[in-house]
Design a protein around this ligand. Sequence first.
Ligand code: GLN
Length: 451
Amino acid sequence: AHLARIEAVDEKVNAFLHVDREGALAQARAVDEKRARGEQLGPLAGVPLALKDIFTTEGVPTTVGSKILEGWLPPYDATVTKRLKAADVVILGKTNMDEFAMGSSTENSAFGPTGNPWDLTRIPGGSGGGSAAALAAYEAPLAIGTDTGGSIRQPAAVTGTVGVKPTYGGVSRYGMVAFSSSLDQGGPCARTVLDAALLHEVIAGHDPLDSTSIDRPVPPVVEAARNGDVKGLRVGVVKEFAGEGYQAGVMQRFNESVDLLRSLGAEVTEISCPSFDLALAAYYLIAPSECSSNLARFDAMRYGLRVGDDGTRSAEDVTALTREAGFGPEVKRRIMLGTYALSSGYYDAYYGSAQKVRTLISKDFEKAFEQVDVIVSPTTPTTAFPIGERADDPLAMYLADLCTIPANLAGNAAMSLPCGLAPEDGLPVGLQIIAPAMADDRLYRVGAAVE
Ligand code: GLN
């Protein structure tokens, strides 16, 4: 049924870069056979899923939305892919994304933009716009995204779906193509809080193949999602997440969610996180710096595209020609920014300062979590904007990440879930919930209460 739905609507939505029809049917048949033999089935047996094209899948194309990996067939599965298969999930295919997960609209994909199923002329968010759109268009009931600065939560907000960035280190990064390693985090996307929790439980947990993976039990997310009780819970509203640039209808729905929490017995207080105003600037130095180093491996020798290798050119020239042809403009912009910020003589002024700001943001969170159990905010300042509106204005595009970035810089857990439609445009608004590291269960508890 989901493959038929994809066939019917995906020409318009463009959520998928690759539909693995044969592979999906084979996985589904294998589940049926297991069941017939009376074997123990995995926890999500037979449930279809859309996988962001940033996770390696053995023998199935993995492009990261880039021409530079076109035609590459990974020789191994990412840990997330492996765990999905072990849970008997049926992987429908790979979803569209901004190239190397750099963007907030999926317009930076080398393979064309994805439409927002609520209004196909608008963006579905990014970088994981394909995964969110697949959920909103009922092409899949579950999806996987990655969140470096908001790429799970912002697409969830603008498509009316649920997305969770687990605690940094909560879900393995092994086989997840690296953008900014100290920020990147894979996580679940779904249409309900409980669905997200069931998927979270399957993909999370320690992995010795990822050196930053946390070796502690997965927080009880499913139990929390079944028990949406917020009585006595201390909820903080960050003063700095409001004001100029925030759409009126977004603030209206957000304030209603806060009222709802209060009426359910939560204690709401206003808190201040003064360093959050610097988060965007710090992020757009740290993420490009790490990316300039991570993307050095795309040298035309190891994977995918190779341009100009006609027997007359040096390896260095082939590398340069391949990177020139294979990377899109946003990826090049970030490599340039990052290389500059890391170069000697500038390191302290840019990268060094950004790291100090990162520490200040973590301290703001630490102080806040002495006063409150969770923080809530709008996920994004506005609803989905029209495709093309911010495409030539990187700064306007970066503003979409205003509320999501602090949680990445500090490594906290965060969720976005729908909280109604903005009255002025009828488009979905997202409520963001942020919890301390390794308290991911609190997101689900609050999410289930207000869903
Ligand atoms: N929009 C942000 C960026 O372009 C976040 C991307 C992400 O979370 N992968 O970097």
